[in-house]
Write a protein of this length. Structure first.
Length: 48
């Protein structure tokens, strides 16, 4: 099964942090993108 991780916007509310780090990779909690990838794997997603 395949999945697409959508991320968009300009990140204005998180500036100046998002000037250097893309919003999907910004660590607000523990490993945001890694957590998403773990959930996808758990539910059978094998391709991104």
């Amino acid at each position: 099964m395949k999945a697409i991780i959508l991320a968009g916007g300009r990140g204005k509310r998180l500036r100046p942090i998002t000037d250097k780090i893309p919003k999907p990779l910004f660590q607000l909690t523990i490993n945001p993108l890694e957590r998403t990838l773990k959930y996808l794997k758990k539910y059978g997603i094998t391709e991104l």
